[in-house]
Design a protein around this ligand. Structure first.
Ligand code: ZN
Length: 297
């Protein structure tokens, strides 16, 4: 199932959402429970990702919409946590000349950084080094505390494209990464979450990033150093994971700041993350109002 969160374009209530799935013909089936005319709160959506409750499976589709009749937002618009993994691709570690980490390096993005498909990535005031990182996002589907790697996949709801947008100047100036990783719109996710049952092997998916149509990252999730079960065991060993939590599993080689010359996102660029089977996550880049168009370094 390709799970989406959307708003009918004729719905004038901008703070409300509906949940649904993309059908084979591209139409969108509304799975918002009957009697709930709309979901008014982003956190209310999290229960739809709880496999214990299974509300999506038990709901008969309501009306269907043409793709042009709706606006998609991030499939998890406000996760409880966004946990990222640093330096988790073998080919990226080798390219960087850095040793393979012995245990996962985790850091977080604030949940307010999440944004959806086709929505703008906004260049923050004061940064001129905004970078991209194509990543496979794992969406948690069950409360997980001290889960072993053997059982870990039972706790996965599904997978989505993610762009771990990073202001390198903020990231390196601060000495830690929180601000540079958490700016508003720095967490594009989507366009849908593909449920776990439809992914034969999440560690064998082509992963790419394109900037204005040019491929800048092209690898395979098989290059991950710490695989999804190990990551869930490691994180849940001390941090409870909850339905709707997002784990961004790290990025392959080819990010902008590691290139020569460096490449950073500029106003009017188009960023695209494409992982096999997960569609294309496309976002335009916009400068802050009054901000000059940036030049690449
Ligand atoms: Zn990352």
């Amino acid at each position: 199932m390709r799970v989406v969160v959307f708003r009918p374009i004729n719905d004038t209530c901008t703070g409300a959402f509906r949940i649904g799935s993309i059908l084979d013909d591209g139409r969108i089936a509304d799975l918002t429970p009957e009697g709930l005319s709309r979901i008014s709160c982003e956190s209310e959506l999290l229960k739809f990702f709880d496999l214990e409750l299974g509300p999506l499976r038990n709901t008969a589709p309501g009306r269907t919409f043409e793709r042009t009749e709706v606006t998609l937002v991030a499939p998890v618009p406000r996760p409880g946590k966004v946990i990222c993994v640093g330096l988790n691709y073998r080919d990226h570690a080798e390219e960087s000349g850095l040793p393979i980490p012995e245990s996962p390096i985790i850091f977080s993005k604030f949940p307010t950084s999440i944004t959806g498909p086709d929505l703008p990535i906004k260049l923050p005031h004061g940064s001129s080094e905004v970078d991209y990182e194509a990543e496979l996002a794992v969406i948690i589907g069950r409360r997980a505390s001290r889960v072993s790697s053997t059982d870990a996949m039972d706790y996965v709801f599904g997978y989505a494209n993610f762009n771990d947008v990073s202001a390198r100047d903020f990231q390196f100036a601060d000495g830690q990464w929180q601000r540079g990783k958490s700016c508003d719109t720095f967490g594009p996710l989507g366009p849908f979450v593909l449920t776990r049952d439809e992914v034969a092997d999440p560690h064998d998916l082509r992963i790419r990033f394109r900037l204005n149509g040019e491929t800048l990252q092209d690898s395979n999730t098989g290059q991950m150093i710490f695989r999804i079960p190990e990551l869930i065991e490691f994180i849940s060993g001390s941090i409870t994971l909850e339905p709707g939590d997002v784990i961004a599993t790290g990025t392959p080689p080819g990010v902008g700041f590691a290139r020569s010359p460096k490449i950073f996102l500029r106003s009017q660029d188009i960023a695209e993350v494409e992982i096999e089977g997960l569609g294309v996550l496309r976002n335009p880049i916009v400068g802050e109002e009054g901000q000059d168009v940036r030049s690449a370094k």
